[in-house]
Ligand binder design. Structure first.
Ligand SMILES: Cc1ncc(COP(=O)(O)O)c(C=O)c1O
Length: 363
């Protein structure tokens, strides 16, 4: 959709990336570390200062103690962390529970490692986790459950009740959890991010994935991380060592400075909540019906009052004829019929959102 938007000159609210720049001080910091000669391979597990800053953040935000030497690894984006975690624990014939709609890398990562994806559908329209169905999907072959909160594309978040359900489900089993928390700092309306790190039962069996791309408006830098207990991390690093070995050195040093100074992330939720509210206000009174966006920088809009076209057909027509690119949720679905909603990214300048909303209101 991004390519189509570029080819046609449409406003691109499809792929999830900001159309504004990051803090110039972050770019200066990377340049400074480059000039200071930090241009060779970083340690395989990540630059120590960055691992220490990540561990300190988990301690401060979630009261969770991760050892920076043995329980934190810096990766080339959240996507690498997801792949490595799956490869570390999934063997041929293992079953992995994933929830649809879901980020597109989960199922290929499972299948390329010989696993079988057991897809459970989140309940439309509130995208709640159907815990009874999850319990029914668990078998002796279940090796991993993949969760994502805040959730792309549904923009929902797990609540304390979900955490309780999950604790009861996995306690006493050998099931590992892969928790994709790349939008951990973008959560709205005063809700708390229910990280797996907050629960002792879950922390002890979880890979938790983060991404600096989302947090510092630098999706193109592709730097992320994973935290996990030492036994899981030992297996993770065996994969990471031969997938990328290590991650961009000067960028890690710059991120270590920002993270240790608590820069950027404490105000990120308020920053994006204002953008969400602006986008919704601009669409108020139109035929687009918003679903609640409780986190991430995505907004689902129900278009059933406009057309009964399938989501892919309508998304293409919207780009070609009306100049606004979005993503159809069928791109994130395996079994479920696609509902009449499209995903719009509001990580955009106010003027971009105003221009897009002006076009959307005409439908
Ligand atoms: C849910 C989810 N997980 C993981 C990623 C990947 O993060 P990264 O860009 O750091 O690889 C994304 C990026 O869009 C995402 O939306």
């Amino acid at each position: 959709m991004s390519k189509l938007a570029a080819d046609l000159g449409a406003i691109n609210l499809s792929q999830g990336f900001p159309d504004f720049d990051c803090d110039p001080a972050l770019v200066d910091a990377v340049a400074r570390h480059m000039r200071d000669g930090r241009n060779q391979y970083a340690p395989m597990q990540g630059v120590p200062a960055l691992r220490q800053a990540i561990a300190a953040k988990y301690s401060a935000l979630h009261g969770a103690a991760y050892d920076p030497d043995t329980e934190v690894t810096v990766t080339s984006g959240g996507t690498e962390a997801i792949f490595d975690a799956v490869a570390a624990v999934v063997h041929p014939g293992d079953e992995v529970i994933v929830f649809e709609p879901c980020y597109d890398s989960y199922v290929p990562a499972v299948e390329v490692n010989g696993g079988k994806a057991i897809v459970v559908s989140l309940r439309y329209p509130d995208y709640a986790v159907p815990w009874d169905e999850v319990r029914a999907a668990v078998t002796p072959r279940t090796r991993l459950i993949v969760l994502n909160s805040p959730h792309n594309p549904a923009a929902v978040v797990l609540g304390a009740q979900d955490i309780g359900e999950l604790e009861r489900l996995v306690d006493g089993t050998g099931i590992t959890i892969l928790s994709d928390e790349v939008y951990e700092h973008i959560i709205f309306d005063g809700a708390r991010h229910e990280s797996m790190a907050r629960s002792e039962v879950l922390r002890a069996r979880s890979f938790i994935v983060g991404s600096f791309g989302k947090t510092y408006h630098v999706t193109g830098w592709k730097v992320g991380y994973v935290v996990a207990p030492a036994d899981l991390m030992t297996e993770f690093r065996k994969v990471h060592q031969f997938v990328t070995f290590s991650t961009n050195t000067p960028v890690q040093h710059a991120l270590a400075e920002f993270l240790s100074q608590k820069r950027g992330y404490p105000e990120l939720s308020a920053f994006y909540q204002r953008k969400r509210d602006l986008f919704l206000e601009l669409l108020d009174g139109s035929r687009w019906k918003p679903l609640p966006s409780r986190g991430t920088y995505f907004q689902l809009l129900d278009y059933s009052a406009i057309t009964d076209e399938r989501d892919m057909d309508f998304a293409l027509r919207l780009t070609k004829d009306h100049g606004v690119a979005s993503i159809p949720t069928s791109a994130f679905l395996y079994h479920q019929a696609a509902p009449p909603v499209l995903r719009f990214c509001f990580a955009k300048k106010d003027e971009t959102l105003e221009a897009a909303a002006g076009r959307l209101r005409q439908l």
